[in-house]
Design a binder for this molecule. Sequence first.
Ligand code: C2E
Ligand code: MG
Ligand code: MG
Ligand code: MG
Length: 302
Amino acid sequence: RSLLLARADTAMYAAKRGRQGHEVWAPDGTPASRDRLETLEQLRGALDGEQLDNHYQPKLDLRTGTVVGLEALVRWNHPARGLLYPDVFLPLAEQAGLMRRLALRVLERALRDLQGWRAQGHDLSVAVNLSVSNLQDVALPEQVEMLLDAFAVPAGALVLEITEDVLMADAARSQQVMAGLRRLSVRLSVDDYGTGYSSLSYLRALPVDELKLDRSFVAHLTTDDRAAAIVRSTLQLSRDLGMSMVVEGVEDAASLAALRAWGCDIAQGYHISRPMPAERVLGWLDSRPVRALRVPGARPRV
Ligand code: C2E
Ligand code: MG
Ligand code: MG
Ligand code: MG
């Protein structure tokens, strides 16, 4: 890789981060390639240590007002740079062939945390994101099975989120891996739905349980008739296919109300909760009703 490309990447990550309002990782004048190598070495270390952490973002059932699950989102507590977000280090991990280790780590932590919450009486599921290379890894189903056994978590309480580009890589292999996961009865979800290339063809062929509509459609829900039409018709499509639909990126009350009026099953977004460290989840679940996150008119589940 040329230094120029490495620099361009670093600048891109920094720009993306800046747009999202998170901490900007600014290269401090050192050559970007050295920076990357150093970061990579640190990432290898982090995979064995305590610096990698799962944050969790709740999924709210709009029909009942209950939280049905949490999505694990990996974070890196970097000793010098502070909290790093996945778009800074996932591309590095992917290039360096570290995605299997990363996925197993996130999964193990997620199942351990879920076991704890379920033991406290919360009937929750946990969702873990998988990368393209994870879905090319034929050993994955067996490893997932071992972890489910180890934490005595029922397979149906684990959701694995995959993006549409997974299916572009090596369709035969990823379908084999997906079939192996399905045999375990874990649930499969298509993340960022609507932004990939093969949206409709794979819906016919692949055994997925959930569509997560990309947040770009939700952002303009209340101001753009076309965005609204796409959300409503995707809802209808998911229903007709017998899948559930999660809408991600809900940032305001008006969007939440519209989604609920249209019969949307499940929503996620900053308006409901930002991702939080595992230690805060139980407290958040317990304090939720007084924080006015109840959905107007929702029937509590009995
Ligand atoms: P994703 O799976 O689509 O996750 C949603 C992303 O949007 C998260 O960013 C989340 O913090 C953010 N988000 C949630 N609600 C809102 C909202 O209302 N508004 C806005 N603007 N953003 C919202 P995050 O945590 O930075 O993760 C980015 C992506 O990195 C994820 O997108 C996922 O593709 C990937 N990722 C995260 N953790 C893992 C992991 O453990 N393994 C793999 N392979 N990928 C991961
Ligand atoms: Mg996701
Ligand atoms: Mg997404
Ligand atoms: Mg995404």
